[in-house]
Design a binder for this molecule. Structure first.
Ligand code: NAD
Length: 177
């Protein structure tokens, strides 16, 4: 029987527990999941501090720690392109074939629907706290961000001195004003 294959694209700046919960939920519904690391070309910016490679380590190690079978997912970095109207073709060029799109992002939803894909809106898990914006805010303000992310994100942050990087980026942006 043909396998059901879906895609979830996220900037994952950084990978947090909301991403992990949504991935687990999707893997209950489909055979295979393509995890697209979005805006792969951007890093070292206040809203996008981590490189695609750093985000790949966060997600792949977190999935390994959660004992998710590696034959059930693909992790693929995806650069943005300036043309929304052909973005779906760009994504298709980079990925295994898929028929279902999971997203809570209204632009992503719109673009894939227009190209005839089945788009599913996954449930939102504790969106007040489980968002990249909140994790980054807590990191900059020395609050407890570790409770919002998998251990793998904490480990990568330590390996790359991510807290220092983010604080430097926020100082730089203030001094640029
Ligand atoms: P994100 O990391 O904020 O979210 C990724 C996904 O995770 C979302 O669909 C969301 O539903 C889910 N999620 C996040 N927190 C959750 C929670 N607490 N509970 C449940 N689910 C949760 O990333 P994003 O901003 O949606 O990423 C979209 C990517 O697509 C970006 O990189 C964007 O640049 C890219 N994009 C590019 C183009 C283009 O290049 N022209 C066009 C559209 C989108």
């Amino acid at each position: 029987m043909q396998k059901s294959r879906a895609i979830l694209i996220g900037r994952m700046q950084p990978v947090h527990n909301g991403h992990m919960q949504v991935i687990n939920k999707i893997l209950e519904e489909v055979d295979e999941l393509i995890i697209g690391i979005g805006s792969a070309q951007i890093s070292h910016e206040k809203k996008d501090p981590f490189t695609a490679g750093e985000r790949i380590v966060m997600i792949s190690q977190a999935l390994a720690d959660a004992n998710v079978d590696p034959s059930r997912y693909y992790i693929i970095p995806m650069q943005d392109i300036n043309f929304n109207a052909i973005w779906v073709s760009h994504v298709k060029m980079l990925t295994p074939p898929f028929s279902i799109v999971y997203t809570g992002n209204s632009l992503v939803k719109q673009l894939f629907k227009e190209e005839g894909f089945e788009v599913r809106q996954p449930p939102l898990y504790d969106r007040l706290h489980l968002s990249g914006t909140e994790v980054r805010r807590r990191i900059i303000n020395d609050e407890n961000w570790q409770e919002l992310v998998p251990n793998a994100t904490v480990d990568v942050m330590s390996e790359i001195e991510g807290v220092e990087r983010m604080k430097n980026l926020s100082i730089k942006e203030i001094s640029d004003i």
